[in-house]
Design a protein around this ligand. Sequence first.
Ligand code: 13P
Length: 253
Amino acid sequence: MRTKIVAGNWKMNTNREEAFSLATEVSGMLKNEQISAVKVILAPPFVHIGAVAQLLNGTGIGVAAQNCASEVSGAYTGEVSAPMIHSVGANFVLIGHSERRAYFNEDNALLAKKTQLALDHHLTPIFCVGETLPERESGKHEETVFSQLEEGLFILPDTLFSKVIIAYEPVWAIGTGKTASPAQAQEMHAFIRGKISNRYGDAIAQAVSILYGGSCNENNATELFALPDVDGGLIGGASLKSRSFVNIIKSFS
Ligand code: 13P
């Protein structure tokens, strides 16, 4: 059975107090409502990672960074490296989120480097893929996602690839209120798993968790999480409200 995962990407939101409250509320609800069958991960902004990791220590909730540098250390003003992130208590990192690809020009070659560095420094990459609206409308969505996988991830040897989590986030569904239909999500998740199977074999493909992201909320999560190749969600907006986020986590049937 694949690990069920729900990760909350807080993006560039929360001050220190809000980050503390949100993490405290989520962990309190998970404990009170005895939810333990789902791996829950919170991805706060860099400045809160150490404090949130400390607060969540011993709860089983994982902490992720939203990005990491493509170098380990040195004269890269403003950057934060994988070993730094791990040293303050995070165990996961989002790599290749569409906002990084779009606003910070991160390409597949750079993301391949970040993925390798994350794994070298004990961080589990949550590698994001997804097509834009014009790519979907012109029927190029599978081609786009395949090249993101091939160039960013399939460079890894089997032993490392099997540690990775994948998130499919169609760009047109992020923050727009337009969720992929269950048929669209299942089709793409099965496509991704098929490509993994071609490259790494079926045993590895069947074991990799593939999350859906893009306007996932407490009203549509049940339907999405019931799909055979959807193993959870990467949640943006709805992860900023503890009750909504925990309801999404409870959506696994
Ligand atoms: P929304 O859930 O706000 O659409 O964001 C999804 C996302 O980008 C998570 O990484």
